[in-house]
Design a binder for this molecule. Structure first.
Ligand code: ATP
Ligand code: MG
Length: 138
């Protein structure tokens, strides 16, 4: 699988870090294949994060992810899912490695600036969520 889904989260778009995050993504030599700017409804966010429904942080996560515009992206690179998870770092920016996107631009464990798909199967589902027909068009 050569594709993964990234999302620049509302905190980063709001504070004017979109360009810097995109630049860092390019530093890691990912190619941008698709990009959008949109705001999720509560229902959309609940669907996207359905796997976390039972977690204590779920209500706050849904409110956060639907609180403002986000920038979903399809990224291409060999081994894209694994490589992008390395580029973004651990969920908590304080635990993320030097130079990773979350370490550089994350604000907190929740407001951690960027999402990356965690498996090839989820990448495919998440890409089709934001870019319907993507795989049919390539
Ligand atoms: P993502 O799926 O956004 O790439 P992740 O795979 O590193 O992040 P998940 O466990 O899938 O982490 O959690 C999804 C998102 O939920 C996190 O990115 C973060 O925004 C939020 N989150 C996760 N754990 C916590 C927590 N303990 N407290 C607050 N928010 C959390
Ligand atoms: Mg995840």
């Amino acid at each position: 699988m050569e594709h993964t889904l990234a999302i620049i989260k509302p905190n980063a778009v709001k504070t004017g870090y979109t360009g810097r995050v995109l630049s860092r993504i390019e530093d890691f030599e990912f190619t941008m294949e698709a990009i959008r700017l949109l705001q999720l409804s509560t229902e959309d966010a609940e669907e996207f994060y359905a796997v976390h429904q039972q977690r204590p942080f779920f209500p706050s996560l849904i409110e956060f992810m639907s609180s403002g515009p986000i920038v979903p992206l399809v990224l291409q690179k060999t081994d894209a899912v694994t490589e992008f998870r390395k580029a973004i770092g651990a969920t908590d920016p304080e635990e993320a490695g030097e130079g990773t996107i979350r370490r550089l631009y994350g604000e907190s464990k929740e407001r951690n600036t960027i999402h990356g798909s965690d498996s090839n199967e989820n990448a495919r589902i998440e890409i089709e969520f934001f870019f319907p027909g993507f795989f049919a068009s390539i």
